[in-house]
Each structure stands twice: as C-alpha cells, then as structure tokens.
Design a protein around this ligand. Structure first.
Ligand SMILES: C[S@@+](CC[C@H](N)C(=O)[O-])C[C@H]1O[C@@H](n2cnc3c(N)ncnc32)[C@H](O)[C@@H]1O
Length: 257
C-alpha cells in the first residue's frame, strides 16, 4: 500500500519538474473535457489539482463559474496559484479523502489523481456527498495496465519481487462497482495510449518527475548493469522502450437516470 506521506513526498520533491513531464496527464485532461454535451456548470471543484492544469482548462471552458481546487501537496498548490494569478480560482491544500470539501458543487472534476486514493470507494462516496442533487462527478485515472511493459521486463530480469506501483491501481470494473448503485447515470470508458522513449532512463525520469512512481521499483535502486540488462530485454521483447498508459474516464451524474 502506498502511503499518503510517499505520495506527498513524490509530488513535493519534483513539483517544479511536473509540468515538463506531464504530457500524458495533459492528454487525459483534454480527453476528459472533450465531450461537447457535458453541460454547463456554475460551481466546480477540482480534486487533486496539482499544478492547476485541469483547473485552468475548467476556467477557460466555464468562464463565469465559481471554481475551487484542492491538492494534498503544498508545493503543487503553490505552483498552481502562481500559474493561475488573476483567474479567480480558490486553491487550497488538503486531503480530498477526508474532511469537508465545501460545496455543494454541480461539478467535481479530477484528472490523473483518483488512482492515488487509499480508499477509492469511500472517496467516491465522499465526493458524491458534496454534489448537488443532479451534480456530476467527472474524472480520469490511471488503470493497472499502466507501465505493463516495464512491469513485465522487471519481473523477467530482476524477479517477481520487483514491480511497479501502477499494478495495484483499480480497474474499470472496480470503478464502475464503486459508483453503479449510487448514481443515476454512469459512463466508464478506457483508453490505452502508448509512448516511446529514447532510453529506459528517459522513461524512468518521466515516471519520477510526473509523480507516478508510487513506491518506486519496490523501494529498490537500479545499478548500471541492471539498467543495461533491462534495456536489452525491452528491445528484444518490444523493439523499443515503450510504455502503455491505461486511462479510465468516468462520468457519473447523481439523481434519477
Ligand atoms: C498526477 S497529479 C495530477 C495533477 C493535475 N490534476 C493534472 O491534471 O496535472 C496527481 C495529484 O493528486 C494529488 N493527490 C494525491 N492524493 C491526494 C489526496 N488524497 N487529496 C488531494 N490531492 C491528492 C497529488 O498531490 C498530485 O498533485
């Protein structure tokens, strides 16, 4: 289990690098808001706002809405505030899994953060309880097939005990099960996006600086020979250094269907 302290540490330590390495999170944010029939919203909360990239998109799309945003990591929130000066967004540091989130909102949105919640079902319930009667919960999150090539390569070269934290993320079925009985309308879809990297180190840097490392490689550091062996195996098996990102997109509307 990844602790909250680890999550906070990962995002705090590399907060200033996040925007340079969050290409896939940016992709997910664009996809999340792509649906033109989403409707209009006047009171919005962004959960796990990070450096404010989804928050800014929400501001562009809903210029007159009241927007609040919350994140566990003070360094991420400090950057978000700096980037969003003059945009009239109320950022706060806090744990979205517990405590009063304010509201009620007609939209609670989140990009690439729900996979980090310790108790996904409880947090979904918590968010729903801060929505208006017909409010919408809209989020993207990474699924367990994320970094599957890296997981397979690590097991093949270093053995079963070294794995990636993403393997423990919830899948689409679990997300749907958390929501089904609690909302009137539910849509869960998934997408897999594959990226190539010039080297294994480039992939590992992206994982580290985008905060997606979780507990790292089961808390293990790699030496030069291991990196070479992993890279060799990667090329033999996949022909390149590739990484799959499994992205789940969820739209849930409270109230009758
Ligand atoms: C991958 S970043 C995504 C940031 C932003 N939403 C984006 O689209 O770029 C995930 C964020 O979730 C935040 N987070 C993780 N657990 C959280 C929690 N329990 N409460 C609030 N924020 C949390 C992290 O601090 C991090 O900033």
């Amino acid at each position: 289990m990844i602790t909250k302290a680890t999550i906070q540490h990962n995002f705090s330590r590399h907060a200033t690098r996040y925007d340079g390495y969050c290409r896939i999170q940016e992709w997910a944010a664009t996809e999340l808001l792509r649906d033109p029939s989403l409707g209009s919203f006047s009171r919005i909360l962004d959960v796990g706002c990070g450096t404010g990239n989804l928050t800014q998109r929400l501001r562009e799309r809903y210029p007159s809405a009241h927007i609040e945003a919350i994140d566990l990591c003070p360094n991420m929130v400090a950057l978000a505030r700096r980037k969003s000066l003059g945009l009239d967004i109320d950022f706060q540091v806090g744990d979205a899994e517990i405590g009063d989130l304010g509201g009620p909102y007609d939209l609670i949105a989140s990009n690439a953060a729900f996979q980090w919640f310790r108790d996904l079902e409880q947090t979904i319930k918590h968010c729903l309880s801060h929505l208006e009667a017909r409010g919408v919960l809209l989020f993207s999150m990474f699924g367990p097939a994320t970094y599957r090539e890296l997981a397979t390569t690590l097991t093949a070269v270093l053995g079963e005990e070294v794995t990636v934290s993403a393997a423990a993320f919830a899948d689409g079925e679990r997300v749907a099960a958390c929501l089904q009985a609690r909302v009137g309308h539910l849509q869960v879809r998934q997408e897999t996006v594959t990226h190539s990297y010039p080297s294994l180190m480039a992939l590992l840097k992206t994982i580290k600086y985008s905060g997606t490392q979780g507990q790292g490689l089961s808390g293990r550091a790699l030496n030069r020979q291991e990196i070479q062996a992993l890279e060799c195996h990667y090329h033999e098996r996949y022909g390149a250094i590739v990484a799959t990102y499994q992205i789940l997109y969820c739209l849930a509307r409270r109230g009758p269907a």
